[in-house]
Design a protein around this ligand. Structure first.
Ligand code: GUN
Length: 288
């Protein structure tokens, strides 16, 4: 019988622990972690993601300051805001929701954020630290995924892990985290030959390509642990619904464990943003 890895329950537990820690910071140090959330333009999915993040902040008593800029904002204007937030010692985390409008170079913006305030973990310094195994701030989706894997599998040493997708946000950092767990790691992508065969070798299979139902049941090794990072909205008759990158219903007959969509990786991503914000805030304030 397949085990369903409950990301919602796991994220609620993590957030409960963080709520207790935030209450302690307030009581013992009169200190409140604060994140600035920057949203540029009108992308509907980004608006939903940002309001979910802000809602979680409220639940945990993390202060959030929203900066909503219109889609004609220039790169110079956005960089000026980042500079202001970098200088503001009452702001501990800065999150710029991606994607950004086409006149703005995302890489320049991400790398303008002070690395210690980069709660997304996308800054080149944080990415480099992860690559050499000297983790500073780790991107939220891979962090949430590795937490669930550690909890379910325990020791992953020597397991074959296959990450499908090579993005800087998920695929690459996920591969580094699995390597740190002493897995034998393969990154598969759009140019990989015989991708089904490569996937069938995985004891741990992470799907992060953004294509609905890309990974089929017969790509999965019997008993494997499957982490489905995809959040894809598809039209189903006259209504739309969210599906992952894995054909979950069919995969359940083969996999040993799988994360559902929704209710798997998604809630963990937001919980890890809260985790990174509290950790960054404590570091900046010099509080243990
Ligand atoms: N857009 C899609 N995922 C993310 C994320 O994790 N962080 C930010 N800042 N933007 C995103």
């Amino acid at each position: 019988m397949v085990h369903i890895i409950d990301g919602k329950a796991f994220s609620d537990k993590l957030c409960d622990d963080l709520t207790a820690e935030i209450a302690r910071l307030k009581a013992e140090h009169n200190f409140v972690p604060c994140i600035a959330v920057v949203l540029v333009g009108e992308d509907p999915a980004s608006h939903v993601y940002v309001s979910n993040k802000v809602k979680r902040c409220h639940q945990l008593n993390i202060e959030s300051r929203e900066h909503r800029l219109d889609d004609t904002t220039s790169q110079a204007e956005l960089l000026a805001l980042i500079d202001e937030l970098n200088q503001d010692s009452s702001v501990h985390g800065i999150l710029v929701q991606l994607p950004l409008p086409k006149q703005i170079d995302s890489k320049a913006v991400i790398n303008a954020i002070a690395p210690q305030k980069d709660v997304d973990g996308f800054h080149i310094e944080n990415a480099g630290a992860l690559a050499i195994g000297d983790n500073q701030i780790v991107p939220c989706t891979p962090l949430g995924s590795i937490m669930m894997l550690r909890d379910y599998l325990g020791n992953m040493s020597g397991m074959n892990a296959v990450v499908v997708g090579r993005s800087n946000i998920v695929g690459k950092p996920m591969a580094h985290l699995l390597l740190q767990e002493n897995c034998t790691v393969t990154i598969a992508h759009s140019r990989t030959k015989n991708i089904e065969e490569v996937c069938r070798n995985a004891d741990i299979l992470v799907a992060a390509v953004g294509i609905p139902h890309f990974v089929k049941a017969d790509w999965i090794k019997p008993g494997a642990t499957v982490i489905d990072v995809g959040i894809n909205r598809i039209q189903d008759g006259d209504r739309s619904r969210l599906v992952g990158d894995v054909d979950t219903e069919a995969a359940k007959a083969v996999a040993g464990a799988i994360t559902p969509v929704p209710g798997g990786v998604g809630p963990m991503t937001i919980a890890c943003l809260m985790y990174n914000t509290v950790a960054a805030a404590k570091m900046q304030a010099g509080i243990a």
